[in-house]
Structure formats: structure tokens, C-alpha cells
Design a protein around this ligand. Structure first.
Ligand code: COA
Length: 213
């Protein structure tokens, strides 16, 4: 059962270190980074997995986007997923899959209609992501069409959706804090999902109340 708790954000620098190791130094040059830069993740959709000692060993976040426009010319709200990463020492234990399933379930329960991502189809197809669902959409920068995937959380949500993805998430109140995240005092909302000795947490940073300079 999910339980809610609040606590000071301590996952930020651990998560960034994990992403640097898993994704490499060029990770911020990806087109998907355009959709994340200076934005806050979608409400309740930043997840971390921790080992029994509390170390961050997996992370995934989802971001609000407009996925082109509908046939009627109305922007189509959706989520962009990424990055997903698991500590190399813990790969193959099902942690990535647990994070993906928790993220999809949480997005669905929050009423979202679709999730997009850029990633390896052989991995993401098991969760229901397929290139066909994103065939009329484009990333805001270079991308491989065969790796641009989507899942509908509501039937037909992406039918007719066409055009470029645009970031639509809430902007970071104080982007400069990203440079020194370890000095921030934030409030997080955590949902703990028991998972065979590990805990998966849904972490939503709602508001930075105060920042030390
Ligand atoms: C991809 C990643 C998140 C998977 O995490 P994980 O916790 O090892 O995943 P799981 O344990 O849930 O699943 C493991 C299975 O996925 C498969 N798998 C992992 N990466 C894969 C890939 N890129 N393509 C196809 N299958 C893949 C494994 O072979 C394994 O298969 P099996 O169950 O048949 O043995 C992790 O390897 C990682 O962080 N990689 C580096 C960063 C990365 O590439 N992120 C994705 C960017 S799109």
C-alpha cells in the first residue's frame, strides 16, 4: 500500500550522480533535455528507488508537454518520460521495470492521457510503448524515429495528434539552484512502494520554501 510522507529533499545530488554515471556526460545535450530544462517534473511523477540503506539506485521522472495538436487544432496534453536509470551495480534485478510500472500507474491514476519517451524499443515495448503511437509527432531537435515511442493511458488519446513537442510544465522558481542542489531546502512528497527489499519513492518537489545561498 502507498504511504505518504514529507521530508527534506536529499535525493537531488545522488540522482544527478547516478544519471551522470548511467547516461554519460552528454546527457544534457539530448533533444529531450529541451523539454526538461528549467522545468519542474509533473506533479507526483519523480520517482526514485532506494536500497535498504536509503541510497538512490534508480530514478525516473515525467514531464508535462504538449504533444502537438489534435485534428481540431487543440494542444494535446501528455507526459515525456526520462531519463530512466538504474545503478549499474543493481541492473537486472527488476528495478527499472518497477520504476516504469509505478510511473505508468501513477500517471494513469492522476488522469494523464499518454506518455512519450525516446529510448530502446526492445526495452520499452514490454511496458506498452510503441513508435506507431508517436508517428505524427516530432521532438524539438534531432531524434531517431524508431526510438520515439508512446503509450496511451486513455484509448485514442494520441489519435490525430501531430506536430512538435513543447514543454508545458511549471517553470522552476529559482533555476540557479540547480547548480548547487545540495544546498537547497525543499519539501518533497514521497509515496513508498514496497518492492522486494527496496523502496520505490514517488517524489514530487512541490515548493522550495527557502534556499540557503
Ligand atoms: C535500461 C535500464 C534502466 C534497465 O534497468 P534494470 O533495472 O536493469 O531493468 P530490469 O531489471 O527491469 O529489466 C532487465 C531486462 O531488461 C533488458 N534490457 C535492459 N536494457 C535493455 C535495452 N536497452 N534493450 C533491450 N532490453 C534491455 C535486460 O536484458 C533484462 O532482460 P531480461 O529480463 O530478459 O533478463 C538500466 O540498464 C540503465 O539504467 N541503463 C543505462 C541508462 C539507460 O540506458 N537508460 C535508458 C535510456 S532510454
Amino acid at each position: 500500500m502507498l504511504s505518504l510522507s514529507t521530508r527534506k529533499i536529499r535525493a537531488t545530488s545522488s540522482r544527478e550522480n547516478l544519471l551522470d554515471l548511467a547516461m554519460g556526460p552528454n546527457r544534457r545535450r539530448k533533444s529531450s533535455e529541451t523539454l526538461r530544462r528549467d522545468r519542474v517534473p509533473a506533479e507526483g511523477l519523480a520517482l526514485v528507488a532506494r536500497d535498504p540503506d536509503g541510497h538512490v539506485i534508480g530514478t525516473v521522472r515525467l514531464w508535462n508537454v504538449e504533444a502537438g495538436v489534435s485534428r481540431e487544432g487543440v494542444p494535446v496534453d501528455a507526459l515525456m518520460l526520462g531519463p530512466l536509470a538504474v545503478d549499474a551495480a543493481h541492473e537486472g534485478k527488476g528495478i527499472g521495470g518497477a520504476l516504469m510500472r509505478a510511473a505508468i500507474g501513477e500517471a494513469k491514476s492522476r488522469g494523464h492521457g499518454a506518455i512519450l519517451l525516446v529510448g530502446d524499443a526492445p526495452y520499452y515495448e514490454r511496458f506498452g510503448f510503441f513508435a506507431a503511437k508517436a508517428q505524427h509527432l516530432v521532438m524539438p531537435g534531432p531524434f531517431e524515429r524508431s526510438r520515439f515511442l508512446a503509450i496511451e493511458l486513455k484509448d485514442g488519446w494520441l489519435d490525430g495528434a501531430a506536430g512538435i513537442l513543447i514543454a508545458s510544465g511549471r517553470k522552476l522558481a529559482m533555476p540557479r539552484l540547480r547548480a548547487r542542489p545540495e544546498t537547497t531546502n525543499g519539501i518533497v512528497l514521497e509515496k513508498h512502494v514496497p518492492f522486494s527489499g527496496y523502496s520505490c519513492s514517488v517524489v514530487g518537489m512541490h515548493r522550495l520554501l527557502r534556499a540557503t545561498s
